[in-house]
Design a binder for this molecule. Structure first.
Ligand code: CTP
Length: 402
């Protein structure tokens, strides 16, 4: 399953180091070449010699021990690898990576590598659940690393909890699946696709907000479909659904946050898919304190938000823009108007008054209004299928636009 893959296995210090030795063997059995780097604390648990004998490669532990004068070892390992696997990954190393520290061989190589990073956290339950660790892992995930879920079970500390090093079979399976995805080549290979998803939340005060019924499902399915066609995907999400594997994500709350995230990504975007239900209005003033009940009505003045799609339509150079139109009437007229007014290349229009289409359901039924082609009707289908078809037509139109 890992035929010909070059795996840099980074071993950091925890009791699960002894299991990493067996993991190295599994990688080799699956056809990979493995080179190991260890932290000093990892070497306290199992000798580097064990890994050296198993992998038939020298094990790196010291940044300043340069055995071959023609190469800088940590850069060499960083560049050599097709995949960087950190197993076990301690809370300490995870924290260093999240903050860009490079104070030993392992962290230096990991900062230098452009290979996909696969993290196998293993530690005490309380350390794993500490907000610092949770935040650090979320940050690594946001940057594109794959984070495995540790097993729950009997820990070395003598009690049950989440934090155990997973079975090697599960590690090999998840790594193989993920690498396959990372490598897919398809009509969107080399393209950077930015997808927005979910309904924005506009704060009235610290505990109240205005939002809409969008779940984010359509955007997520589009992000996955783009990934499967080979694109590098950035998902800008206002939804709380878990981010799919194999993509970068930016969590946002308000229309303004989303505008900023899209603007930042836009220069390096080839395709922008605005699947998010962006609020057109936001409270003109949001209160820092909870608003107290008073006699009489409460009037909230609403100010217009920026129309992200329209702004990007004005700024666009050669980006392909896909917008959505959620309508309850005059679908064709409104969709065609949005196509022109927002300078989009495609508008995916749906009738949100229908029960099986649009917000918060797994299916959709849409019309594609295209700058470069005739209108396409996509009958009721799973959102995954609809997403694949949308991208298929987008790829076709992009070819025409050159
Ligand atoms: N959109 C956006 N920024 C906004 C509002 C909408 O980028 N502030 C995007 C949506 O993501 C969608 C498209 O514009 O891709 C159409 O959104 P929709 O709400 O249907 O249309 P509006 O332009 O808001 O017009 P109206 O409310 O009149 O239908």
């Amino acid at each position: 399953m890992l035929d010909g893959k070059k795996i840099a296995l980074y071993v950091t210090g925890g009791i699960a180091v002894y299991k990493a030795a067996d993991l190295a063997r599994s990688f080799i059995k699956e056809g990979a070449e493995v080179k190991v780097a260890m932290t000093k604390s990892a070497a306290q648990f199992v000798s580097p010699l064990t890994f050296q004998i198993l992998t038939k490669n020298a094990v790196m532990t010291n940044t300043f021990e340069e055995t071959e004068p023609e190469v800088v070892n940590h850069i060499h390992l960083a560049d050599w690898a097709d995949a960087a696997v950190i197993a076990p990954a301690t809370a300490n190393t995870i924290a260093k990576l999240a903050n860009g520290l490079a104070d030993n061989f392992v962290t230096s190589a990991l900062l230098a590598t452009t290979a996909p990073i696969f993290v196998v956290p293993a530690m005490n339950k309380n350390m794993y659940e500490h907000p610092a660790t949770t935040n650090n892992l979320a940050l690594l995930k946001e940057r594109g690393a794959y984070i495995m879920n540790p097993d729950t079970g009997f820990l070395a500390e003598g009690y049950e909890g989440k934090g155990r090093f997973p079975e090697k079979e599960r590690i090999v399976k998840e790594l193989t699946g993920w690498l396959k995805q990372e490598q897919v080549s398809g009509p969107l290979s080399g393209k950077r696709v930015t997808v927005t998803a979910g309904g924005t939340k506009e704060r009235i005060d610290p505990v109240r907000y205005i939002t809409n019924d969008s779940s984010g499902k359509m955007g997520y399915r589009l992000a996955e479909a783009a990934r499967d066609l080979g694109a590098t995907v950035r998902l800008i999400t206002a939804s709380s659904l878990p981010v799919p594997n194999g993509m970068e994500s930016v969590a946002v709350e308000s229309a303004q946050d989303m505008y900023e995230a899209v603007s930042e990504a836009f220069d390096s975007t080839d395709v922008l898919i605005m699947a998010a239900a962006v609020s057109d209005y936001t409270p003109a003033k949001s209160s820092n304190q909870k608003i107290k009940k008073n006699t009489g009505n409460l009037i909230i003045e609403m100010a217009q938000t920026k129309d992200i799609l329209k702004e990007m339509g004005q700024q666009k150079t050669d980006q392909f823009l896909i917008g959505f139109a959620a309508e309850t009437q005059n679908i064709e007229e409104y969709a065609q108007r949005k196509l022109k007014e927002k300078n989009a290349d495609m508008i995916v229009a749906n009738d949100v008054s229908k029960e099986d289409a649009g917000f918060n359901v797994d299916t959709n039924e849409v019309h594609l209004y295209r700058k470069e082609g005739e209108t396409i009707y996509l009958p009721l289908a799973d959102k995954k299928e609809i997403a694949e078809k949308i991208l298929q037509y987008a790829v076709e139109d992009m070819k025409k636009e050159g």
